[in-house]
Design a binder for this molecule. Structure first.
Ligand code: GDP
Ligand code: IMO
Ligand code: MG
Length: 449
């Protein structure tokens, strides 16, 4: 059985949550390898919206092990709130979640530092989620971070918290922000130890064992390729490797354990926060996509900027991640458009570029080149049978496949699990589709309906 990675190909919010939830029945384990509760992965089940931030989107299925890897930054408060949200739906999580002992903690001072940093950046601010993600990764790379595993050793925890609070308070005092008391944070951490200690394990070792037993894994990416700290549109990125390389470092698995990387691409492009966005649409067409696609951040509620699909960027994402198979999401949002633009390349200082530029100052100045096609002008919303898709829509899919040099293996036509067209012949090699039909209901939702 293959292990697959589900990776966003744009600036996040491509529909990774829906796809992960949909494919989970065919896997034994779902594992997050980076990011934190900056992610907002939406799953709709029978009209009920569930947003997962930190816990893998496989958690809605019984008996699937959900793993939070060492590459993730864990806010224990956010984690416990998410557990409560799931328990209210009748989902038992205790035996289904494992957190790496090597994952870094996000503690209250991280978001305070982030708020100050964003303020200082002024009009150059990144527009982060202010969840303390960046500052926690800063502490990790500065080798002063506190790991979840440190919660289990009170002496180590105490000395690390004292050192961190001392450092953070120097900055906070300078900006007249409220200071932190080390004792308070230690007390809070000991509370977390009592509640999340039971989830902590050596994830790399666990995965090695599970793989040896023949178990299969779905690696769930957060954010998207263009938000990757190394390969994204730096500095307007997140602070982790959201691309497929992050799977290995973020979970402690070797590259040969990733059999396929499945790219998730929205039929248009969105971006939350600041930064260059060559195919952004200003005016009413952009507003139409935002409204019809309900493009408001699942984590911060901020409106998402909208633009045309950018196959130049998607081709780049395919290269960086090793994507040959793509799930196309939300084309139903384009149903009513007379004309649809497809970004095919960029020119910069009057010459066409060969490669997607990752310098923000170049990207800010490129001129996108488009191919314009007529819209299909039929509703494809909630279509489940590929034979019902209009020819002109399939022509559009073919154009995209040719431009990004990867094949579309699934099309999502709505937010619910069922709103999906599978191209079975293209999926058989990496997934047992018979298992996908077995989608257990969620107790809390059944009771309500
Ligand atoms: P993620 O962060 O990649 O998991 O994506 P988000 O959950 O942040 O955003 C995707 C949004 O689109 C969610 O509200 C989904 O419910 C919704 N969605 C996913 N697939 C489709 C689709 O094919 N059509 C429509 N109309 N909505 C979809
Ligand atoms: P999912 O997993 C969309 C964006 C923020 C900001 C930048 C840095 O739902 O696709 P951060 O708080 O990570 O330091 O913010 O990254 N961002 C996302 N945009 N979807 C996400 O996650 C995002 N996570 C972070 O808006 O521009
Ligand atoms: Mg999201």
């Amino acid at each position: 059985m293959s292990n697959i990675a589900v990776v966003g190909m744009q600036w996040g919010d491509e529909g990774k949550g829906k796809v992960t939830d949909l494919l989970t029945p065919a896997f034994d384990i779902v594992a997050r390898y980076q990011g934190g509760n900056n992610a907002g992965h939406t799953v709709f089940v029978k009209g009920k919206k569930i947003v997962l931030h930190l816990i893998p989107s496989g958690i809605l299925h019984e008996n699937k092990l959900c793993i939070i890897g060492n590459g993730v930054v864990v806010n224990p408060r956010a984690f416990l709130e998410e557990v409560e949200q799931l328990e209210r739906l009748g989902i038992k999580v205790d035996n289904n979640i494992v957190i790496s002992k090597n994952a870094q903690l996000i503690l209250p001072y991280h978001s305070s530092i982030e708020e100050i940093t964003e303020k200082i950046r002024g009009d150059k601010k990144i527009g982060t989620t202010c969840k303390g993600i960046g500052p926690s990764y800063v502490d990790k790379t500065a080798r002063q971070g506190i790991k979840t595993g440190d919660l289990l050793n009170e002496d180590v925890l105490r000395s690390k918290v004292e050192q961190n609070v001392k450092l953070k308070n120097i900055i906070l005092a300078h900006f007249q922000s409220p200071l932190f008391e080390a004792e308070e944070i230690i007390k809070e951490c000991l509370y977390y130890r009592d509640r999340i200690g039971k989830y902590l394990q050596d994830v790399s070792c666990l995965l090695e064992k599970k793989i040896g037993e023949g178990k299969s894994i779905l690696f769930e990416g957060a954010q998207g390729t263009l938000l990757d700290i190394d390969h994204g549109t730096y500095p307007y990125v997140t602070s982790s490797n959201s691309t497929s390389g992050g799977v290995c470092t973020g979970l402690g698995v070797s590259p040969d354990k990733i059999d396929h990387v499945i790219g998730i691409a929205k039929a248009y492009t969105t971006r939350v926060g600041s930064g260059p966005f060559p195919t952004e649409i200003s005016g009413s067409a952009g507003k139409h996509l935002q409204k019809k696609g309900d493009e408001f951040g699942a984590t911060t509620g901020r409106p998402r900027r909208c633009g045309w699909i950018d196959t130049f960027a998607l081709k780049y994402a395919a290269r960086i991640n090793g994507i040959k198979k793509v799930v196309l999401t939300k084309p139903d949002v384009l149903d009513e458009l007379e004309e649809i633009k497809i970004g095919i390349g960029y020119s910069y200082k009057d010459s066409s570029l060969d490669c997607f530029p990752t310098e923000s100052w170049v990207l800010e100045d490129v001129k996108p080149e488009y191919k314009t096609i007529k819209g299909w002008k039929k509703s494809i919303h909630r279509i489940k049978d590929g034979r019902s898709l209009p020819e002109s829509f399939l022509d559009y899919v073919k154009i995209i496949e040719d431009l990004i040099q990867a094949e579309v293996v699934m099309i999502s036509t709505g937010a619910e699990r069922e709103d999906t067209v599978f191209f079975k012949d293209k999926m058989n090699e990496f997934i047992d589709l018979n298992k996908i039909t077995d989608r257990p209901d969620i107790p809390g939702i059944n009771n309500a309906s």
